[in-house]
Design a protein around this ligand. Structure first.
Ligand code: NAP
Length: 204
């Protein structure tokens, strides 16, 4: 499958969760983590999130260099009043895999599968796609064996608990078709915040 180089970035609690409930807002990690989040966006030609994360975190997906702002949805229930559609930034590309192809002024609408969307992004020049969640979308990428880099902030200062609380591969459920193997390329503990920045690259 032709696709861009894909990286993901998540903050993870001591019990491996990415949020306490399905719709917890962001902001539970340090300012340094937020700075790293912005740093990791640099160099990406496109940012990608699931509609759940877009809604929960009220994201505008603004980043230096104005990368494409891509959001995926099955049902396509995008709110035209969402801040994403009213903020300056990179071109907006929405993927709707199952619902009707609605029109949102200023946004390019794609239909079809996530795999075909990745091919279309490649065709318009996206070499590096950076995904900021959520778990449901990252699980789909992992199931497609389409994650090349994993960036984590280990935020062991917090325990979320919760049977329904998602991890970076979504809510606990079926095993992935195969395990992925990654090697550590960055280990950056931050004692002052109780967090640790980690980066992994897919093993050749
Ligand atoms: N700790 C962290 O670093 C971090 C990072 C990101 C998010 N989060 C948290 O995670 C929560 C949001 O997660 P979420 O469970 O809602 O997951 P999500 O993946 O952001 O959103 C799920 C929605 O995205 C769409 N989607 C996901 N995979 C898709 C696919 N393969 N094809 C088409 N559409 C797809 C669907 O949208 P439709 O419903 O429109 O069909 C689905 O309902 C929030 O609480 C957020 O704060 C935490």
């Amino acid at each position: 499958m032709t696709r861009p180089h894909i990286s993901i970035n998540f903050a993870v609690s001591a019990d491996g969760k990415i949020s306490s409930v399905a719709r917890r807002p962001s902001g539970w990690t340090s300012e340094e983590d937020h700075a790293r989040l912005l740093q990791l966006r640099k160099g990406a030609d496109a940012l990608l999130v699931g509609r759940g994360t877009l809604e929960a975190d009220r994201m505008t997906m603004k980043a230096s260099g104005d990368p494409l702002r891509c959001v995926v949805s099955r049902g396509g229930k995008f709110d035209p009043a969402h801040p994403l559609f009213h903020s300056a930034g990179g071109p907006i590309h929405l993927l709707i895999t199952e619902g009707p192809a609605l029109e949102i002024p200023g946004a390019t609408i794609h239909t079809g599968s996530l795999a075909s969307f990745l091919q279309e992004l490649t065709a318009i020049g996206v070499k590096h796609l950076h995904c900021e969640g959520g778990g449901e979308l990252a699980r789909e990428l992992a199931a497609m064996d389409a994650i090349d880099e994993i960036h984590l902030t280990w935020a062991g200062h917090t325990i979320f608990g919760g049977r329904a609380a998602p991890t970076i591969s979504g809510v606990p459920g079926e095993f992935l078709p195969a395990s992925g193997a990654y090697e550590l390329i960055e280990f950056d503990p931050r004692p002052e915040t109780g967090e640790c920045f980690l980066s992994y690259r897919r093993k050749a």
